[in-house]
Design a protein around this ligand. Structure first.
Ligand SMILES: *[C@@H]1O[C@H](CO)[C@@H](O)[C@H](O)[C@H]1NC(C)=O
Ligand SMILES: *[C@@H]1O[C@H](CO)[C@@H](O)[C@H](O)[C@H]1NC(C)=O
Ligand SMILES: *[C@@H]1O[C@H](CO)[C@@H](O)[C@H](O)[C@H]1NC(C)=O
Ligand SMILES: *[C@@H]1O[C@H](CO)[C@@H](O)[C@H](O)[C@H]1NC(C)=O
Ligand SMILES: *[C@@H]1O[C@H](CO)[C@@H](O)[C@H](O)[C@H]1NC(C)=O
Ligand SMILES: *[C@@H]1O[C@H](CO)[C@@H](O)[C@H](O)[C@H]1NC(C)=O
Ligand SMILES: *[C@@H]1O[C@H](CO)[C@@H](O)[C@H](O)[C@H]1NC(C)=O
Ligand SMILES: *[C@@H]1O[C@H](CO)[C@@H](O)[C@H](O)[C@H]1NC(C)=O
Length: 415
C-alpha cells in the first residue's frame, strides 16, 4: 500500500498569516462572567435523518449521560443544517487559509452540516463559556502537527463563536508555542508544534519543509519542558512518520553524530513513542494533569477505498455505508500507539485515547481538496489535474475537527 503524504511544508507558512492577523483584545467580556456551571448532556437513541426532526430531538433531549457510560466513537453522521454549522468560517478570527474552504472557492457547503450522533447518546452541545469556566486558571495545550493545529483552530473558532464579538482575539507566539489567552478566565489554549514529539529538523513551526527528515529519538526535553505546567495535554502524532526518516544519535550538527536511515516504519514510531511515554511517566503530575491522545486522522487519498478511482477531490457526501473501514487507515500504526498507551496505563498513568479514526473515516467530503491556500506555486500540469494536488489530509472548518473538540469537551466537562 502506498502511503505518501501530502506536502506538509506548505502549512507552516500559513502561520505567518495567523500572526499577521493578530488583533488585540479591545473590550472586556464581563457580560459573560455571569455563568452557571451546567452541562446539558443529552441521551436519546433516535435521531432521524430528516434535519428538522433530528434537530428537535437533539434540542429536546435532556436526560444526562456521560462519556464514561456511552461510547462516543461509535455512531453515525446525521445531516443537520439547522443546528450546524456551529460557526461561520468567515466569522472566525483564528481561521487559517489552509482550512478556509469556503473562502477559497468551495461551493458545496454541505460538509458543514453533518452532526456526529453516537449510537447510545448525543454529544453535549459545545458551550464555550462553560468550557472556559471549567478551565478557569488552567492551561490546555495541544501538542503535535498540522492536524492538531486544525483541531486547535477549530477550538478557538468554537470558543469565539460562543463568546461573541468581545472574545479575545490574540494569539501570541513564543518559538514553538502559540498561545491564546482568555484573560478574564486566566485560561490559555495553546498549540505546541512538535510534529514527531521528539526532536527533529522539522521543528520550526513556520519553516519545516525539509528534504530529508531527521529525528533524534532520545531528544524530548527540548520540547517537553514546555508541556510541564499544562493541566490538560492533547497529543497527536502520526502523519510525519509516513515519509523516509533518518535517525541521529548525538546532537544535530555535531561532528560525532551518527546518522542512520531506519526503514522500519513501525519500529521507529514505537521507539519515539517510548521516549515520549517515559518522559510522561517521570514528569507528569498525576493529580494535576489530564492527558489525551488523538487517534490517527484518516486521509482520503485513495478513492478505491470507497469504490472511486480518484481521491477526495469533488467528493460532496460522506460515506454512508455502515461498518466502513478505509483501506488508507494504517491499522498497524494505530496498534503501536494503542499498545504504548496501554503500557502507560499499566505504569499508572491514565491517558484518554480519543478514538476518532473511524468516525472521521466516513468523511471523504470534508477535506479542503483544492479549496485552500497553497503555499507553493502550482504548476500548469498540476492545475490541469486538480486531483494531483488536492489536500485530502487536513479538514475544512467548520467540520470534522469540531466534532473531535465536542468529544474532548465532553470529557473535560466530566472531570
Ligand atoms: C453555556 O454555559 C453557561 C455557563 O455554564 C450558561 O450560563 C449558558 O446558559 C450556557 N449556554 C447555553 C446556550 O446552554
Ligand atoms: C436544509 O436542508 C434541506 C434538505 O436538504 C433543505 O430543503 C433546506 O432548504 C435546507 N435549509 C437550509 C437553511 O439550508
Ligand atoms: C457571523 O457574523 C455576523 C456579523 O457579525 C453575524 O451577524 C452572524 O450571526 C454570525 N454568524 C454566526 C453563525 O455566528
Ligand atoms: C492564573 O492561573 C495560574 C495557574 O495557571 C495561577 O498560578 C495564577 O495565580 C492565576 N492568576 C490569577 C490572577 O488568578
Ligand atoms: C501536583 O499537583 C498538585 C495539584 O496542582 C499539587 O498540589 C502538587 O504539589 C503537585 N505535586 C508536585 C510534586 O508538583
Ligand atoms: C466503525 O464505525 C461503524 C459505525 O459505528 C461500525 O459499524 C464499524 O464496525 C466501525 N468499524 C470498526 C472497524 O470498528
Ligand atoms: C486510572 O484510571 C483507573 C480506571 O479508570 C482508575 O481506577 C485509577 O484510579 C486511575 N489512576 C489515576 C492515577 O488517576
Ligand atoms: C479504535 O477504533 C477502531 C475502529 O473503531 C477499533 O478497531 C479499535 O479497536 C479502537 N481502539 C481502541 C483502543 O479502542
Amino acid at each position: 500500500m502506498k502511503l505518501g503524504i501530502f506536502s506538509h511544508c506548505i502549512v507552516g507558512f500559513s502561520l505567518i498569516t495567523l500572526l499577521g492577523a493578530v488583533i488585540y483584545l479591545t473590550s472586556d467580556f464581563l457580560g459573560f462572567l455571569d455563568l452557571q456551571k451546567q452541562l446539558k448532556n443529552a441521551c436519546v437513541n433516535n435521531a432521524g435523518n430528516e434535519p428538522q426532526k433530528a434537530y428537535e430531538e437533539y434540542k429536546s433531549s435532556s436526560s444526562s449521560s456521560s462519556s464514561s457510560s456511552c461510547n462516543l466513537f461509535s455512531g453515525r453522521w446525521v445531516f443537520d443544517n439547522v443546528s450546524l454549522p456551529l460557526y461561520e468560517e468567515r466569522n472566525c478570527s483564528f481561521m487559517l487559509p489552509e482550512f478556509a474552504c469556503e473562502k477559497y472557492g468551495r461551493k458545496d457547503l454541505k460538509y458543514r452540516n453533518w452532526r456526529w450522533k453516537p449510537h447510545e447518546c448525543d454529544l453535549p452541545r459545545f458551550n464555550g463559556t462553560a468550557l472556559l469556566e471549567k478551565i478557569r486558571g488552567k492551561r490546555l495545550l495541544f501538542v503535535g502537527d498540522s492536524l492538531n493545529r486544525n483541531q486547535w483552530t477549530s477550538m478557538l473558532c468554537l470558543i469565539e463563536s460562543a463568546l461573541g464579538p468581545s472574545a479575545p482575539k490574540t494569539v501570541v507566539r513564543n518559538e514553538n508555542m502559540f498561545l491564546f489567552e482568555a484573560i478574564e478566565y486566566n485560561a490559555t489554549i495553546g498549540l505546541y508544534w512538535a510534529p514527531f514529539l521528539v526532536e527533529s529538523n522539522c521543528d520550526d513551526p513556520l519553516i519545516h519543509h525539509v528534504k530529508h527528515r531527521v529525528i533524534r529519538l532520545m531528544g524530548i526535553d527540548k520540547h517537553a519542558r514546555h508541556w510541564n505546567n499544562a493541566d490538560i495535554l492533547v497529543f497527536n502524532n502520526y502523519l510525519w512518520w509516513m515519509d523516509p526518516i533518518t535517525i541521529v544519535w548525538g546532537s544535530f550538527g555535531s561532528s560525532d553524530a551518527i546518522y542512520k536511515r531506519v526503514e522500519m516504519r513501525l519500529r521507529r514510531y514505537e521507539m519515539a513513542l517510548n521516549t515520549w511515554s517515559d518522559w510522561l511517566e517521570f514528569n507528569i503530575n498525576r493529580t494535576k494533569t489530564n492527558l489525551f491522545f488523538m487517534s490517527l486522522s484518516p486521509f482520503h487519498k485513495f478513492g478505491e477505498s470507497w469504490d472511486d478511482p480518484s481521491n477526495c477531490y469533488s467528493e460532496t457526501e460522506p460515506i454512508l455505508k455502515d461498518g466502513y473501514w478505509g483501506i488508507a487507515t494504517d491499522r498497524e500504526m494505530m496498534n503501536v500507539a494503542e499498545s504504548i498507551l496501554h503500557k502507560l496505563e499499566m505504569r499508572g498513568l491514565n491517558i484518554t485515547y480519543l478514538n476518532v479514526t473511524n468516525l472521521s473515516d466516513y468523511r471523504k467530503d470534508a477535506h479542503p481538496s483544492i479549496y485552500r491556500k497553497f503555499f507553493h506555486p502550482l504548476s500548469e500540469e498540476q492545475l490541469s489535474n486538480p486531483i494531483s494536488y488536492s489536500d485530502c489530509v487536513h479538514w475544512c472548518l467548520p467540520g470534522v475537527p469540531d466534532v473531535w473538540n465536542e468529544i474532548l469537551y465532553s470529557y473535560i466537562m466530566d472531570f
